[in-house]
Design a protein around this ligand. Structure first.
Ligand code: ADP
Length: 453
């Protein structure tokens, strides 16, 4: 799709008064857009070059606390600034807000102007560069599943998160009538994102009451991560504009299925899809087989980046289409990795481990690193799993955040691909989640133990 709004075009729009606000954003560890709202006049005069943010933005949790134990920032170091460097190639309109455009930023060290290695865009960039050095480009697509609720975020929060009534009453998988009832939210989501230069393919009802899926056309990995973050943000904002909440929590009720974010991936040399080999039984090139073998071998090491919260692990349940085993299959939705498009140039591998709560930059950086390791190690791919993967054998996906954190901390693969400091940073982020949860008495414990213990 290419650049949707040039800097010159923005200057024109500011001059004619059609734009007055620029959202200058970065994407934090949790995958959220964070930043400032600039007056467009100031942005085009000077802030387009750089602005600043506090460095705690990349060492915090969903609650924006200031946990201890991060080497990159602390009270002791005085919580200084990072440079937010606008990437003008990401400049685009925000059609659901009046007179507004947005730009995404890279995060640089204040003194050296080097990219900060643990920031999500920098982590993905590093793996894209490694792949480029091998002569390949990754094209990827993420699917966004989420739930729409009858009430707004504010109403649900005021009610103590008790009245979680989905916008519709029954399983709406592929259901046109049911999703027609949601068109007042979904149609503006598709159209506004399209007009923001995000190549929306479709939305569809998913396999639960109130569950929707948004599909975006595959693109180079960095574009895909940008599209995902902006689309997730837009879904929440546009739902909010219509008085509804949209949740990307991986599992909001143990009685309902969870929400996923499947990631499709293929490698290319120019316009040549190098995963495709028509002579192979499954039309997979040797390159693809090694890449997929790498994805499988290191899946437990990088599961944290596909399931970053305590809640994320509640999704991995038998019979829910969320995987439990690190096996691959030919078009079989019970496996962690599913071969799609076999027999065609669109042959690709879909990773089904990630929940809707992923940070797409981190998830994709991990998968590229694992695929690269598979290629560099010349790994052989075992035959595909057949039948019901839940009942089969094969490696297991770590079953809890604690198990995933332990795998991450002990991973030589992650240290080699991302560096010791980056692994230590995310191990601390995982610990923060675990420590916080362990300190809280949950509704479950009170209901179970209050009288009977
Ligand atoms: P599903 O059956 O999983 O819903 P779809 O046919 O809807 O599969 O495709 C899912 C995603 O795969 C879409 O976002 C599409 O753009 C993407 N996709 C198609 N071809 C490729 C490819 N060669 N590489 C990566 N992603 C691709």
């Amino acid at each position: 799709m290419g650049q949707v709004l040039s800097f010159d075009a923005l200057k024109q729009q500011v001059a004619d008064g059609s734009v007055d606000t620029v959202l200058v954003c970065t994407v934090d560890m949790q995958g959220r857009l964070m930043g400032k709202r600039f007056h467009a006049g100031h942005f085009i005069a000077s802030a387009w070059e750089e602005t600043h943010c506090c460095n705690y933005l990349f060492a915090t949790d969903l609650e924006m606390t200031t946990p201890e134990g991060f080497a990159s920032t602390s009270w002791e170091q005085g919580y200084g600034d990072y440079v937010m460097k606008p990437d003008l190639a990401t400049l685009r309109p925000v059609p659901w807000l009046e007179g507004t455009v947005m730009v995404l930023c890279d995060i640089l060290d204040h003194h050296t102007h080097e990219e900060v290695p643990h920031t999500p865009r920098a982590m993905l960039k590093k793996q894209i560069r490694r792949l480029e050095a091998l002569g390949y480009e990754a094209k990827m697509a993420t699917e966004l599943e989420f739930f729409l609720f009858s009430k707004s975020f504010d109403e649900i929060s005021a009610g103590g998160f008790r009245d979680l009534t989905p916008i519709s009453a029954y399983n709406e998988d592929y259901n046109i009538f049911q999703t027609t009832k949601e068109e007042h939210v979904m149609r503006p989501i598709r159209n506004h994102l399209w007009n923001a230069g995000i190549p929306i393919e479709n939305s569809k009802g998913e396999a639960e009451a109130g569950q929707e899926e948004l599909n975006i056309k595959y693109a180079p990995a960095m574009d895909t991560a940008d599209y995902h973050s902006i689309a997730k943000h837009a879904v929440k904002e546009i739902a909010h504009q219509h008085g509804h909440a949209a949740s990307f929590m991986a599992k909001w009720s143990h009685d309902r299925v969870g929400s996923s974010s499947h990631v499709h991936q293929s490698l290319w040399q120019g316009s040549e899809p190098v995963f495709f080999d028509p002579a192979d039984k499954y039309s997979m090139s040797d390159l693809m087989k090694s890449y997929v073998a790498g994805l499988l071998k290191y899946a437990p090491d990088y599961t944290y980046f596909l399931a970053p919260y305590i809640n994320s692990y509640k999704r991995f349940m038998k019979g829910t289409f969320a995987p439990t085993r690190t096996v691959w299959s030919v078009d079989n939705r019970t496996a962690a990795f599913r071969l799609c498009g076999d027999g065609t140039k669109a042959v690709r591998i879909e990773c089904r481990i990630g929940g809707s709560d992923i940070n797409p930059y981190l998830a994709m950086a991990m998968m590229l690193a694992a695929g690269i390791a598979g290629i560099e190690e010349g790994l052989e791919l075992a035959p595909p799993m057949k039948g019901d993967a839940y009942e089969g054998t094969g490696g297991s996906i770590p079953g809890s955040l604690i198990a995933a954190r332990d795998r991450m901390m002990n991973s030589d693969f992650l240290r080699a691909a991302f560096g010791e400091d980056v692994v230590a940073h995310y191990a601390r982020a995982a610990e923060v989640e675990i420590e916080d949860f362990e300190r809280v008495v949950t509704d479950y414990e009170v209901a179970r133990n209050f009288e009977r213990a």
